[in-house]
Design a protein. Structure first.
Length: 226
């Protein structure tokens, strides 16, 4: 698949919150969370944030095509404590997606094991023999025509988990260049997946924190925001 990396630069760094220990940012679609290996893939949320906080650490990632909330640790102890929360599933993560088609039910749970599809990486695939367990809760919010907006709660954090799970049940996320095709791919200019809410405990004060950032998804054919 031909692809040219051209990340958005306005705003260059969208900071929702910061203190001496953490920074919470809103990552745009099209920007890598961390630097890539190639020289042309050095621009990332990580590299941009390190111009402000040189010692920051990456706690978790969002896919390049996914937008939304991401927390950064500004020193090693904050990184250690936040990483422990993510590894032990002590965080609350909620996503919003627009998917193709109308699900038969209003909500459900998807449990399909995932593994890297090595000949086609970075794509992932379902593999019952060698795949790692993956679990996603979903719930319908509304629908317009053949597009349904769903709320997603990942219980596990596998690569491309939400994208593969929804595609496997016949409702790919629109604009997904890896797992959608035809009208589902062409309906919008970008992947309609957004990390809308992130809850965790402050790594140093242990205060319960929750951040939200609403998505903006443009649908080409209707020329409106969902």
């Amino acid at each position: 698949m031909d692809f040219e990396y051209n990340p958005p630069t306005n705003p260059y760094l969208d900071i929702l919150y910061r203190d001496d220990d953490i920074a919470v940012c809103n990552k745009p679609s099209g920007l890598l969370s961390v630097r890539g290996r190639a020289p042309e893939h050095q621009d990332s949320l990580q590299s941009r944030a390190q111009t402000v906080w040189p010692e920051l650490g990456i706690v978790h990632r969002l896919d390049m095509d996914t937008s939304g909330i991401i927390v950064l640790a500004l020193h090693k102890e904050a990184l250690r404590r936040l990483s422990s929360q993510f590894q032990n599933r002590k965080t609350e993560k909620t996503y919003i997606a627009n998917v193709w088609g109308i699900p038969d039910e209003d909500e459900g749970t998807i449990e399909l094991p995932l593994i890297c599809d090595w000949p086609n990486r970075p794509k992932q695939k379902v593999c019952y023999e060698y795949g790692k367990s993956a679990k996603t809760h979903w719930k319908v919010i509304n629908n317009q025509g053949n597009i349904t907006q769903v709320e997603l709660t990942p219980i596990t954090g596998r690569t491309h988990q939400l994208r593969v799970h929804l595609a496997e049940i016949g409702h790919p996320i629109i604009g997904d260049r890896f797992y959608a095709s035809g009208q589902a791919l062409d309906a919008v200019p970008r992947l309609n997946l957004h990390a809308i809410k992130l809850g965790f405990h402050h790594p140093m004060t242990e205060q319960s924190l929750c951040f939200e950032s609403p998505p903006q998804f443009e649908v080409k054919k209707k020329n409106q925001l969902l």
